[in-house]
Design a protein around this ligand. Structure first.
Ligand code: GLA
Length: 406
């Protein structure tokens, strides 16, 4: 009887943290990055503009590829709660309210994601945080039909434990009975990869990913103001994502900064997307999809690359080696026995040859393999010698898929 009781209690407590099946694949979509026009970036956090981006996801065929979230970050909410103490959308930005917006998304096969904070105010200040209101806010999100809630960590009262507060929020979401992905944003502090997956469906592993290839040298949790592409890659290598990343427990290296034309050239954007797909990370495009260049759009819509991202083994890629010249090789086993390989030229000022040995990929060096270049979209070699080498341009990658020859 006692054993039965313990088993039942365990079952209940597991259920308390399971906010639904929506998070069983990594969320993909578009984010407003609503931050009160931070750094002069054009803020499109209004009903009209957000719906325009939703229509664009549909008309450009991105929804069919899996990009089905419209994500409103900070600054969508009114500075005042309503008379019943509920959060409400800013009346000027969202005159028809948030439920109407969620309905609009659902009618088009999309999901709506909203942002709040574990503390007393949101990170950009002025707007109310959820502290002291977790139950009512979770219920409000559920009543609107929201599909994902991002919970930031700003303005947390100093006497409170972050883990306790996030656990309470997770339970509040779960208690509504409405499926919502719980996305935690506490910047990778407190070794979140060790506990984040038990109470949330995705969790940030570092500070904000900024729209640069390199941004300082800070990699660790909560370090600096944010990280460029290179620092995120080095940090993920240290974390060993294959140990933690799994369905409904995604490590989140933050939004994709694909668009920014001056600071994110083609190589930086290709490298960013390659690694986010190699890790099966959430793919949330924090740039104006209406104004993407065709080249940048082709990066986000490359079907063969997205196949690696969605591979049903859901095993994150890991770094095989980093040479003293900062050239690297990464690999990921795929469900059909193929292996995805990334050869990455992290800092050299010119193209360099990077070589990978098949024995290091778990392949039989005596057999024949076909190497397909996923960015080129063609087979580039039939190999019998047990290794493959490719010239890789500065900050760029070769993204390969290796299969046994018939
Ligand atoms: C924090 C988060 C960002 C973003 C902003 C919004 O900095 O890390 O992802 O949500 O707040 O204010």
């Amino acid at each position: 009887m006692f054993i039965l009781l313990v088993a039942w209690t365990c079952l209940l407590s597991v259920k308390a943290y399971d906010n639904g099946k929506l998070g069983s694949t990594p969320p993909m979509g578009w984010s407003t990055w609503c931050t009160n026009d931070l750094c002069g970036m054009r803020d499109v956090c209004t009903e009209r503009e957000v719906k325009k981006r939703a229509d664009a996801l549909v008309s450009q065929g991105m929804v069919q590829l899996g990009y089905n979230f419209i994500f409103l970050d900070d600054c969508w909410a009114s500075t005042e709660r309503d008379a019943e103490g509920r959060l409400q959308g800013d009346k000027d930005q969202f005159p028809k309210g948030m439920k109407e917006l969620a309905d609009y998304m659902h009618e088009r096969g999309l999901h709506l994601a909203l942002y709040t904070c574990i503390g007393t105010q949101t990170c950009r200040k002025e707007r109310p945080g959820s502290y002291g209101h977790y139950d009512i806010d979770a219920q409000t999100f559920a009543d609107w039909g929201v599909d994902l809630v991002k919970v930031d960590a700003c303005h947390k009262p100093g006497n409170e434990s972050t883990i306790d507060l996030y656990t309470q929020f997770s339970k509040a979401l779960n208690a509504t009975g409405h499926e919502m992905i719980f996305a935690m944003c506490e910047w990778g502090n407190e070794n979140v990869w060790e506990w984040g997956g038990s109470i949330s469906q995705m969790y940030r592993i570092a500070m904000d990913h900024l729209p640069f290839y390199r941004y300082g040298n800070k990699t660790a949790s909560g370090a600096g103001y944010g990280q460029g592409v290179k620092e995120v890659i080095d940090w993920m290598a240290d974390l060993h994502p294959s140990k933690y990343n799994r369905p409904s427990a995604w490590m989140d290296p933050d939004f994709l900064m694909t668009r920014f034309p001056l600071t994110m050239d083609m190589a930086a954007s290709r490298t960013e997307f390659t690694f986010w797909t190699l890790w099966s990370s959430p793919l949330l495009v924090a740039s104006d999809i209406d104004n993407l260049s065709e080249d940048k759009r082709a990066i986000l819509m490359n079907k063969e690359v997205l196949e690696v991202h969605h591979d049903s083994l859901w095993v994150s890629g890991e770094r095989l080696f980093r040479n003293s010249d900062q050239t690297q090789a990464w690999s990921r086993p795929l469900a059909n026995g193929d292996v995805a390989v990334v050869l990455y030229n992290a800092v050299a000022n010119e193209a360099v040859d990077i070589k990978v040995l098949f024995v290091d990929l778990g392949l039989d060096a005596s057999k024949q393999y076909i190497v397909r270049d996923l960015w080129a979209g063609r087979d580039v070699a039939t190999v019998t010698g047990g290794s493959y080498s490719s010239s890789v341009a500065k900050h760029d990658v070769a993204f390969l898929r290796i299969r046994a020859a018939p």
